[in-house]
Write a protein that binds this ligand. Structure first.
Ligand SMILES: C[S@@+](CC[C@H](N)C(=O)[O-])C[C@H]1O[C@@H](n2cnc3c(N)ncnc32)[C@H](O)[C@@H]1O
Length: 255
């Protein structure tokens, strides 16, 4: 399946901004569940490497691998994070090229299908007692009309490509071939300027090309949303009219 939000330099900068916000939250949970040294760790759908580097910092482990299908993201990741190893691999295909004690996945299952089968196959790739961390979006609620319009379009766009942007509730209700160490939804209020920083780049890149978006919104409507998001971002609007509901699942492979 195609990755909806593109792999350009702008897309990589967008993922860096998102990581600056979400990585500290991920480090905290990884440290909570991993309290002894591990040999190797794997970041699936690593993009430009910000989650892989986060994993390296959280685990203090010498062998940290990032897998992705995008040549451009892998090139950017290898150039920037020399401490990690990046490999081109479609993560819907098992076995993986490397084995690991820990697997981390964020904002990836929302772009794939047949996800529970996939998660169970990923568990099979872990070493005994290995741990799989999943951080995915369950919902994003907002009272801001421009944020709401943006999200409605992106949700529809991802859906039109056969995936589900808000995949969290499916993950929450499913059965896994593993023990469940954690299955919780946590809420994160986000400042308007920060949300606009994550949203705006898509409106000047993929929104201009995607047929789905162009059929749903006129050029004027697209421009209006895009300009409003840019304004919120540039004015550094501190108020928060938007909340992320993040589903976190932590699974331990049973011997
Ligand atoms: C939203 S980005 C998330 C990047 C990173 N995990 C983060 O949270 O910053 C999704 C990434 O998954 C990658 N991806 C999508 N489908 C994939 C597949 N089948 N195999 C490997 N990578 C894939 C995309 O290329 C993209 O880099």
């Amino acid at each position: 399946m195609k990755y909806t939000f593109g792999t350009s330099k702008i897309a990589a900068e967008r993922l860096e901004n998102i990581s600056n916000f979400f990585n500290p939250l991920a480090i905290r949970i990884i440290k909570k569940f991993i309290d002894k040294p591990i040999n190797s760790a794997l970041d699936l759908g690593c993009g430009p490497g910000f989650t892989t580097n986060m994993l390296y910092n959280a685990l203090n482990c010498g062998k940290v691998y990032g897998l992705d299908i995008s040549d451009n993201f892998l090139r950017l990741a290898s150039k920037r994070f020399k401490n990690c190893i990046f490999i081109k691999h479609d993560v819907t295909k098992t076995p993986f090229p490397v084995s690991s004690d820990v697997i981390y996945v964020r904002f990836l299952l929302s772009h794939l299908n047949n996800i529970i089968n996939l998660v169970n196959r990923w568990i099979g790739e872990l070493s005994n007692n290995g741990i799989l961390f999943i951080d995915e979006v369950e919902d994003v609620k907002t009272v801001n009309v421009f944020f709401r319009k943006y999200l409605e379009i992106n949700r529809g766009l991802v859906g039109s490509q056969g995936a589900n942007l808000f995949v969290g509730s499916i993950l929450a209700k499913s059965n896994y071939d593993a023990s469940i160490l954690c299955n919780e939804c946590f809420t994160i209020p986000v400042a308007n300027w920060e949300a606009a920083t994550w949203f705006y780049p898509n409106t000047i890149t993929i929104w201009e090309k995607e047929k789905y978006v162009c059929n749903k919104l006129t050029r004027t409507e697209r421009k209006e949303i895009s300009e409003k998001l840019l304004q919120i971002k540039e004015l550094k609007e501190q108020k928060s009219e938007i909340t992320w509901y993040m589903r976190r699942i932590v699974l331990k492979k049973i011997d």
